[in-house]
Design a protein around this ligand. Structure first.
Ligand SMILES: NC(=O)c1ccc[n+]([C@@H]2O[C@H](COP(=O)([O-])OP(=O)(O)OC[C@H]3O[C@@H](n4cnc5c(N)ncnc54)[C@H](OP(=O)(O)O)[C@@H]3O)[C@@H](O)[C@H]2O)c1
Length: 321
């Protein structure tokens, strides 16, 4: 492939950002300045890209925080305090959405501990799940989760892995009507049960869907992401790094020279920008136990975004690395 000339590359990066912005609407356009490449990517100078939740118009930063495994640290005080630092950095960077589940061991109490230590940040957007095949236990499980987090109500409750969704969704819709939660969703991962997710998206008034999507796992592009746009459903993206395996595979590979054109200094940022530049995606939720990685990940929501051609180039570079 012929390398782009510098002037064409600069134009593409700028045009890519503008295309991404026009797909996002006015609030996103305000959120992502297209700065000259020479300007350093400082945190203060470049706000986080946000996306609208279609059902309300509320905006969310496009990078959130997962909690599976990374926050499952039990009662180990030092490990819990290390998680507090990750959450502190997340809010300091302007992050809002934290995702957890009753399936994630001690992650819920770890999050609750961190929120208490940090004075319960008002900007938190809490995303939880109900995960039980015994629908009669759903209410008690949600209440136990709420107590772990120490929040008055969850912003989003999702049916984890579609488990007994036919039984859980009526309860969640009722809780939403009663003001006991704000949004309802369903989740799956690793391409499982996409046909059933589609059925739920077509027939149920859900606000959010959560699926796996990254430069290697692209099945969601075929039907789920277009359907989400058509039906006005927000999309959370789990396993952006294939539970870390993708980052390990890329660890020894040289970052492409053109990564700087979209303000990426790490592979993790190329992967996250690939994901969040898709106009159907509302928020990617990478998990990390490290403050340094947290900063890298949230920085992917800043500055220039790839256009469609550059997204394909990222996918090729990741596959070939
Ligand atoms: N069905 C479902 O509902 C479902 C399924 C799966 C996941 N989820 C949600 O999605 C979240 C994300 O998925 P995931 O936890 O499976 O995996 P992931 O976010 O794809 O990967 C997490 C791993 O990536 C590493 N990592 C993070 N940032 C990095 C960086 N900048 N550089 C290098 N390595 C980095 C982390 O290691 P370090 O700790 O060393 O940074 C961690 O081991 C989960 O935590 C969970 O909240 C939901």
């Amino acid at each position: 492939m012929v390398e782009d000339s510098p002037s064409r590359r600069e134009w593409l990066a700028g045009a890519g950002a503008l295309m991404a912005l026009s797909a996002l609407g006015p609030s996103a356009a305000a959120a992502v300045p297209v700065a000259p490449a020479s300007q350093p990517a400082t945190r203060a100078s470049s706000p986080l890209l946000t996306r609208r939740i279609p059902s309300t118009g509320e905006t969310l930063p496009v990078v959130g925080l997962g909690s599976w495994i990374t926050f499952n640290v039990g009662n180990d005080r030092a490990a819990r305090d290390a998680c507090v630092e990750v959450v502190r950095a997340f809010f300091a960077e302007g992050g809002r959405l934290i995702d957890s589940s009753p399936m994630y061991g001690s992650s819920q109490p770890t999050i609750g501990y961190a929120l208490a230590q940090l004075g319960r940040p008002a900007t938190l957007f809490s995303a939880e799940k109900v995960w039980t095949s015994d629908a009669a236990r759903g209410g008690a499980q949600i209440e136990a989760s709420r107590a772990f987090w120490g929040v008055p109500r969850f912003d989003l409750l999702q049916v984890h892995n579609l488990l007994s969704w036919q039984e859980h969704l009526p309860r969640l819709f009722e809780m939403k009507r009663a003001g006991q939660l704000r949004y309802v969703g369903v989740t799956t991962s690793e391409g499982r049960r996409h046909g059933e997710i589609e059925q739920v998206m077509r027939t149920q008034p859900i606000d959010f869907v959560q699926v796996t999507y990254n430069p290697i796992d692209r099945e969601a592009e075929q039907r789920i992401l277009p359907l989400a746009q058509e039906r006005g459903i927000a999309v959370l993206v789990n396993r952006p790094f294939r539970q870390g395996a993708l980052m390990e595979a890329l660890a020894g590979a040289r970052l492409p020279a053109w990564a700087g054109e979209i303000d990426c200094a790490h592979w993790a940022q190329l992967v996250l920008k690939f994901i969040v530049a898709h106009p159907a995606v509302t928020c990617a939720i990478p998990a990390t136990s490290q403050v340094e990685h947290l900063h890298q990940n949230v920085a992917a929501a800043r500055r220039r975004m790839p256009d469609a051609a550059l997204r394909e180039r990222i996918a090729r570079a990741v596959a070939d690395a």
